[in-house]
Design a binder for this molecule. Structure first.
Ligand SMILES: Cc1cc2nc3c(=O)[nH]c(=O)nc-3n(C[C@H](O)[C@H](O)[C@H](O)COP(=O)(O)O)c2cc1C
Length: 183
């Protein structure tokens, strides 16, 4: 599973953290009903995958949208698609073989167009991964509630404090503020 930011929506661009599942040489997505991304993919059958390494962007897009000025667009066959100015790479995917369950949509995605936007090389950072995990627990906590998610977040914060850089620490502080919990 690769954690990325999907940008979707022709008329009004939306950004949200979403995973790509690689299975038997196929790329798939699994979207939970209720998100703007889910609605856009159902209506438009495409999405743009943005490879982003700023942990603050993951937290901001998990709980809200970005400012309009943080998006740009590219054009394919006279159609405009949104991507994040901050993305290292963005890839337009077409969605096919959509399968709906009670509250999820699973679809195959096929790459149509890819672009290297910024050339940055960074070694894996445990603090960054901890922010991603903490953001996922936080989205579950907000929907389902439950002390266990908070306890997992507290543990992950210890890793961010020990291994994370400035941006990881900022992202974690933002997450705590959004959840209204104390450092
Ligand atoms: C790292 C990360 C990965 C996520 N992956 C998915 C995913 O694969 N599918 C999904 O439905 N939600 C996923 N989520 C939750 C959505 O990002 C979250 O529900 C978000 O608020 C949706 O925003 P939207 O309404 O703007 O689409 C993920 C969240 C995080 C932090």
């Amino acid at each position: 599973m690769s954690e990325t930011i999907f940008t979707t929506g022709t008329d009004s661009p939306n950004a949200a953290p979403m995973g790509i599942i690689r299975k038997n040489y196929r790329n798939q997505i699994r979207l939970f009903e209720g998100s703007q991304t889910y609605e856009n993919v159902v209506n438009e059958r495409w999405l743009v995958v943005n490879v982003v390494i700023d942990p603050v962007v993951f937290v901001r897009t998990a709980f809200g949208n970005l400012d309009y000025t943080e998006f740009d667009t590219f054009s394919i066959d006279n159609k405009q698609y949104p991507f994040l100015k901050d993305a290292l790479i963005y890839i337009l995917f077409e969605c096919s073989d959509l399968k709906f369950t009670k509250d999820t949509l699973v679809a195959d995605i096929l790459p149509v167009h890819a672009c290297i936007n910024r050339n940055v090389i960074k070694a894996p950072n445990r603090g960054f991964n901890a922010v991603l995990d903490a953001s996922i627990h936080a989205t579950r906590y907000l929907v389902l509630g439950g002390e266990q998610y908070l306890n997992l977040i507290y543990e992950l914060e210890k890793i961010v404090k020990k291994c994370g850089g400035t941006r990881e620490k900022q992202a974690m502080r933002l997450l705590y503020n959004l959840l209204n919990i104390d450092d």
